[in-house]
Design a binder for this molecule. Sequence first.
Ligand code: MG
Length: 467
Amino acid sequence: MNRREFLKKSARFGLGGAGLAGLMGNVPGCVNDKSKNSFGTAGRQRQKQPNFVVIFADDMGYGDAGCFGHPTISTPNLDRMAAEGMKFTQFYSAASVCTPSRAALMTGRLPIRNGMCSNKRRVLFPNSAGGLPAEEITIAGALKSKDYATGCIGKWHLGHLPEFLPTRRGFDSYYGIPYSNDMKPSILMEGEKIIEQPVQQQTLTRRYTAKAKAFIEQHRTEPFFLYMAHSFPHVPLFASDKFKDTSRRGLYGDVVEELDWSVGKIMDTLRRLNLAENTLVMFTSDNGPWLTKKLHGGSAGLLRGGKGSTWEGGMREPGLAWWPGRVKAGTVNRELAGTMDIFATFLDLAGVDLPRDRVIDGVSMAGMLLGDGAGKRQEMFYYRGEKLFAVRQGPWKAHYITQSGYKNDRKEHDPPLLFHLDHDPAEKFDVAQDHPEVLAQINKLVQQHQEGIKSVPSQLEKKINSL
Ligand code: MG
């Protein structure tokens, strides 16, 4: 079946944006159920609804921004976000590769709960027939219950067939590439139509930025959620003429500096329209640096490992929150938090109840951002595909299985390796022998966690028969 046929078929059978809202409304205790209020948010609802922006880099490492210690990449706009907002030093994605990480960001749930991970295929490909299931509630879908305007710009990677596109998952509009920029065919989409093939990648960051500015301008008088998911610095790297050969870090630096420019343009637009004080902007990355790409891959700073692995470098990301007048300027937050918490945070701040018919793994960061900075998250589960490789509880991290991002060097550990991440963020010194009581406690946590996981079919293993 060709793409045109897919589009036609899906228009007949697929859920539209309104269909998703309808679906949520039919779920008792779900986000549209206004009779319940788990957050005591009635007061907040009377205030002006805040706007939300998520700027999501692809494969940018923990150490790739100036404010996170990079010596030669210049990121004045990210540095300004940190200076005027909150910088997180322990902010995590839920997976070390694109598709499961993005599914977790959008739904606040571990990918193991909705089939958005697999031991066989780590991400979705152009011949994939699966995607984010229709029953999943995305940030955009949930905010629709409060009449938010919702826009998705950039890389989606949660299913490229029409029934899985952003426009069927709560977004009013979409402009971007539906999967990674190294996958063929290389296509740019607007709404559900292909508008360019192959994609002119040199100008992609600039074009995403123009679309983001236009979206903000267009929706300046109503609450909005903008999901700005850049295609870079995922390899292959492309920068526009203005940035090419300009950074001290080579092409990788050029690309990151152009992303930083884009961040600045979005912040300028919010300031110019007097929206900054009513808009929470979060910046982070979907997974760690692609180290096997050598000079074209980024850096996890002092952290061990990178993209594809459950070492810290694979899943700990640069994290920034900016909301002038609300998030205290110049704060460094060392509590645990992560991309899965963004779902719960935005719903909390918008006065939308969390769905109660499913497990939500994220917790609201509203208190961290607007209050005393204390975090609610105590634990992190590090999955590779469907397998739990490591668990963090407080400062302790136990590795049951380790494997480099892209090597067949898998090793099971019994007893697990144990690192104290406050003392040893680079995971160099295994202290398992000295702390059997810590391991016993983490083992108990793993058992409880695994008892709550139901097996669901993987979306990543479904293939289009004709391809
Ligand atoms: Mg990625």
